[in-house]
Design a protein. Sequence first.
Length: 366
Amino acid sequence: MSKLFSPYQIGPVTYRNRFVRSATQDWLCDENGVSSEKQLELYKNLAAGGVGLIITGHAYVSHPLGRAALRQNGICDEKQVEGYKRMVETVHQHGAKIFLQLNHAGRQTLPELIEGNMPVAPSDRFDEKGNQLARALTLDEIERIKEAFEAAALRAKRVGFDGVQVHVAHGYLLAQFLSPFTNQRQDEYGGQMEQRTALPAEIAYRVKAAVGRQFPVYAKLNTTDGITSPVQLSLEEAVYAAQMLEAHGVDAIETSGGTARESRLVMAKPAILKPEQEAYFAPAARQIRAAVKIPLLLVGGLRSVAVMESLVEEGTADMVSLCRPFVREPALVNSLAAGQAKATCVSCNACFNPEGLRCSYSGPAL
Ligand SMILES: Cc1cc2nc3c(=O)[nH]c(=O)nc-3n(C[C@H](O)[C@H](O)[C@H](O)COP(=O)(O)O)c2cc1C
């Protein structure tokens, strides 16, 4: 029996298979970060479609400065709880597990999304892509952000989520701290990799200590910024960050790369059509695999059963994580289990659609 389609356990949670719906922002909340009927429907279809674990779209842990997108999920207000309760119940009724992804936007937002404020970041910096300034967080504000992640995780646990995933990827605040491109601080949170890793590691520790051993805390980690600047996160530094996250209580790591603003096409590579184009973060994941003992989730261009099987068999990934294919085929896992060889997603990236997540590709299968 294929490992991909067999149950798999990490700590207290047993998944019905090794497939993960990677965190996916869907722009389906209201202006207050409250889940909608449409979002409930999306999660119901995913869970009914056979996937083992669903990771929600990134939810902001503090408002307004943590918010990254219009109609994004939030997890910093009691008003947001009821919608999540229904989401979790529905997903569980259909046999899947569900984690909430916790995020703070940092500089990767716009003043109009954060009530006209200037975005915050590890350091003062002009952001050419966003054409705006970000200001450095004070030490006091950094403390408040740690508290916000902790409170968000406790709220997620109370709602009934099976775990949380801390977002340390794609150029959001915690990834900004890791990267020398965005972090030029000269205090205990900047400088060498040890200092740049301090905030993500402290947050992992605080969150884990708050929620307890029986409630999983995963992290999504960048292995590269994928930008053109020579000053950026190296793979060696990412490996060190993975070790620190493990040492501070993280139960599993999902390896990714790129930033949503400067290098989106590194994160979500277009036109993944052949097996050799798939799993574009596998080489980085192998380096991390050699350095940590906790399970790894691999994301980035996974499309065919054969490739995913071999990644699990060789031990590069313990779970396989996909995003764009589930936009097109929410029931993808059931289809693959029934013999379909690969996802039909052509990785066109039209699903980056602030009007609401959907697949608009209607051309031939490629
Ligand atoms: C529409 C869209 C929304 C996304 N939202 C998130 C998100 O909220 N959090 C996150 O960590 N990654 C997010 N991603 C990145 C995906 O989780 C994934 O890392 C990336 O798309 C590569 O995987 P894929 O080739 O299977 O699509 C998003 C990607 C897309 C296309």
